[in-house]
Design a protein around this ligand. Structure first.
Ligand code: HEM
Length: 453
């Protein structure tokens, strides 16, 4: 079922933005290069020159950028149903994540969100914590055996892929199979930032599409085997959901949801965990504070019910990491009807970007905004506006996995903090050169020295 306004899909972007202030930058690439290398600074320069709404040309698209919590709120709540997520992400993600939840709009999106809902209920969450604990414990323990110093980011990605295979797919991946799926997944993600989007031999884009085809085949083969079976992994939950007439959703539909889910879950959380370790390697006082909080817990492992209330420092650390480095730094939509944005009239089919990255560090709202200070969440600085801290978006498309991410982040970081003291390898490692896209991490993959405790 598609929205009645489906014809908004087959339209070109509106580029008629003369009435919006701003500068398209160099021909063709516009401000893409400065944005990719220094996103906050590039947005800030525009903000100071043109105000909170301006036009830019980025990644071959002309768009309106609207900075501040009020615009995140307007786009996320979308009370007039005028913002399409599907068309907002169609250019970078459409080919790879077709059919994923974020690539669906309005009534169609609602139906598909329902397919996934059961897998995110509290009972399911409790069982995922049980599934993930031993994998995290083994993975984190294995880090020290391998080297004296360790590059955290690739280790974190491998660990989270093992957790994902178990929790999402109910699989214990081994050897070649892990390598094959991992490669397909990495190739597909790399395609989202490919500049030349041609399915030609040798191109990054071709590798990405091959990655998608491998995953599609793998996941659609799993689904029939899970029909009518019980299991606490997400693939089994989705495979057994039915529509209002009691029919299963097709293998293709379930496979598409699984592919998008893996993308949405994996790199976002790996980036958040790597960035948290980066801040905590610098701030040994906070690292120790978290260790003491964890050692004071009644049980040795974090349980689902501990997460919200019993580890406030860990919670603030999670929130502060996502404030400084939101894994989804910009949220895209395209208008389907005329819209008022601030004092501007925006025509249908206009690309709009709102920015958790910028909003999370606006001097107007935050004290000392670029400093890592988890205590600001104890002081409720974030509560000045409901969308001032919005790493998970909001409204109909609000991250369905936010509690899962919270749980995975806290269980993994807790294990790392309890097992090791971790420090930078060199004196001048802070500040590191950052890679911002497709996900934030130190460009050197964060080498750390681990001392077992
Ligand atoms: C720190 C980790 C994460 C962050 C920061 C994050 C952020 C987001 C954001 C901002 C959106 C909304 C995008 C938009 O409205 O344009 C979103 C959507 C989504 N996320 Fe997450 N996410 C994270 C982890 C996860 C995990 C672990 C899962 C699954 C287990 C997940 C599954 C999804 C899905 C399926 C959507 C699409 C929801 C919809 O369209 O209805 N995410 N996420």
């Amino acid at each position: 079922m598609q929205a009645a306004t489906e014809d908004y899909i087959n339209q070109r972007d509106n580029r008629n933005l003369q009435h919006i202030p701003g500068d398209y930058g160099t021909p063709l690439l516009g401000q893409t290069f400065p944005f990719v290398t220094e996103p906050f600074k590039t947005l800030d320069t525009n903000y100071k020159k043109y105000g909170s709404i301006f036009k830019v040309n980025m990644t071959f698209q002309k768009m309106v950028v609207a900075l501040g919590p009020e615009y995140i709120q307007q786009l996320m709540l979308d009370t007039k149903q005028v913002f399409s997520a599907r068309m907002g992400y169609d250019a970078p993600l459409g080919d790879f994540f077709a059919g994923g939840l974020l690539m669906r709009d309005f009534a169609d999106h609602k139906v598909h969100r329902r397919i996934m809902q059961t897998a995110f209920k509290i009972d399911a969450m409790r069982s995922y914590v049980e599934l993930m604990h031993p994998i995290i414990a083994d993975g984190v323990s294995s880090w020290k055996k391998q080297t004296d110093t360790l590059k955290l980011y690739p280790k974190m990605k491998t660990l989270l892929l093992d957790v994902g295979a178990k929790v999402f797919l109910g699989l214990d991946l081994k050897g070649e199979e892990t390598k094959r799926l991992n490669k397909a997944f990495i190739d597909m993600n790399a395609g989202t930032v490919a500049l030349i989007r041609k399915d030609w031999p040798g191109m990054k884009y071709r590798r990405a599409m091959n990655g998608r085809r491998t995953l599609e085949k793998y996941f659609t083969d799993i689904v029939p085997k899970r029909r009518g079976k019980s299991g606490v992994d997400m693939a089994t939950y989705f495979s057994n959901e039915t529509d209002t007439d009691g029919n299963y959703f097709s293998e293709k539909v379930v496979g598409e949801h699984l592919i998008f889910l893996l993308l949405a879950a994996h790199d976002t959380t790996a980036s958040a965990l790597t960035m948290a370790a980066y801040y905590l390697a610098k701030d040994q006082i906070w690292q120790q504070k978290l260790r003491e909080e964890l050692l004071n817990l009644k049980n040795s492992g974090l349980e689902y019910d501990d997460l919200g209330v019993n580890v406030p420092h860990l919670d603030h650390c999670f929130k502060e990491t996502l404030r400084l480095n939101p894994p989804v730094p910009m949220i895209m939509r395209r208008t389907i009807k005329p819209v008022e944005l601030g004092s501007y009239e925006i025509a249908p089919h206009t690309m709009i970007q709102v920015s958790p990255l910028y909003t999370h560090q606006m001097e107007k709202w935050w004290k000392d905004p670029h400093r890592f200070n988890p205590d600001r969440f104890g002081e409720e600085e974030n509560k000045q506006h409901p969308f001032l801290w919005a790493p998970f978006g909001g409204g109909a498309h609000k991250c369905i996995g936010l509690h899962f991410a919270d749980m995975l982040f806290k269980c993994t970081l807790a294990e790392m903090i309890k097992k090791y003291n971790f420090k930078f390898v060199t004196q001048n490692q802070y500040p590191s050169r950052m890679q911002h896209f497709p996900f934030a991490k130190p460009a050197d993959d964060l080498p750390l020295e681990l001392t077992p405790l």
